[in-house]
Design a protein around this ligand. Structure first.
Ligand SMILES: Nc1ncnc2c1ncn2[C@@H]1O[C@H](COP(=O)(O)OP(=O)(O)OP(=O)(O)O)[C@@H](O)[C@H]1O
Ligand SMILES: [Mg+2]
Length: 257
């Protein structure tokens, strides 16, 4: 199963990605964690060894040239739009305790980079990775909706949108949903985050209905953890529930398989 997590800036994408990854690892899954945010943070959240020394994929110019047939510094001519990617995680991305961390990095292209070799490569990585039975891919997306133009998440099975109990967060979340639908994605769901009480939950539930498939309470543990994801008892319970709900999404590979 491949799961992307999107949402407004600061709404909890990285937190939800890290919580899901930790739960999946506890269930003996192998996780390929893709940090698609140019402001790299998933490595810190996961407390991944030497996370800030990992070379981003978008900076592997020679590799991108080799696989796409086009020099990212001088992108001219035809390029291979389905470059070979299956060996990338194992060959180029570090692994620790059941998690392989892939850092996408920045793509500095004035035109937004939809057609540049770096994005083609990164998009292929998400779309064409063939997973083993026990593997799950989790994408922590950049804030807002701009990344949807690059369609990095087009190949995912499930698209989650984190939403805080605020009108602006809801508005952004709904906009992201529309754009994700425009990419042809169908399994799009919301996860409430930083929920303080029943009225917070009511507020988002009344707007999102059955598309809200889970929620994470506001946690003093997370508030004080300086970017690192740590479970407390309540968080673990909430992420277990989200995991079970995702496992029951019809038509998506079951992460429990
Ligand atoms: N449920 C929660 N309870 C308390 N604090 C939280 C919770 N979820 C996230 N936070 C805190 O809110 C801040 C933003 O969370 P996070 O980094 O996960 O959001 P994000 O959507 O990934 O942000 P960005 O758009 O910058 O990538 C972090 O300091 C995080 O620790
Ligand atoms: Mg983040």
């Amino acid at each position: 199963m491949k799961i992307a997590i999107s949402g407004k800036g600061g709404s909890g994408k990285t937190t939800i990605a890290a919580g899901l990854i930790k739960i999946l690892v506890e269930k003996n899954k192998s996780v390929i964690a893709l940090d698609c945010d140019p402001d790299i943070s998933l490595g810190l959240a996961l407390d991944f060894p030497a996370y800030n020394e990992i070379k981003p994929i978008s900076q592997m110019k020679d590799l991108i040239f080799e696989r796409t047939g086009v020099d990212p510094a001088n992108p001219q001519g035809f390029f291979q739009i389905n470059p070979k990617v299956d060996d990338i995680p194992e060959r180029f991305c570090p692994q620790d305790k059941g998690i392989r961390l892939i850092v996408m990095g920045k793509v500095d292209k004035p035109q937004g980079g939809c057609l540049c070799p770096e994005n083609t490569f990164v998009r292929s990585l998400v779309g064409h990775l063939v997973l083993r039975q026990d593997e799950v891919v989790i994408l922590d997306m950049a804030a807002g909706s701009e990344h949807l133009g690059r369609a990095t998440a087009r190949g995912v099975d499930v698209f989650l949108i984190s939403v805080e109990p605020s009108a602006t967060s809801l508005q952004t979340a709904k906009h992201i949903k529309e754009l994700a639908e425009g990419l042809g994605l169908t399994k799009i769901f919301f996860i409430g985050n930083k929920i303080k009480d029943a009225s917070d939950l009511d507020f988002i539930q009344s707007s999102l209905g059955n598309k809200l498939i889970g929620s994470v309470s506001f946690s003093r543990t997370l508030e004080g953890s300086r970017g690192k994801f740590v479970f407390d008892q309540n968080l673990r319970k909430e992420f277990e529930t989200i995991y079970n709900t995702l496992a029951a999404v019809p038509g998506a590979d079951n992460p429990r398989d």
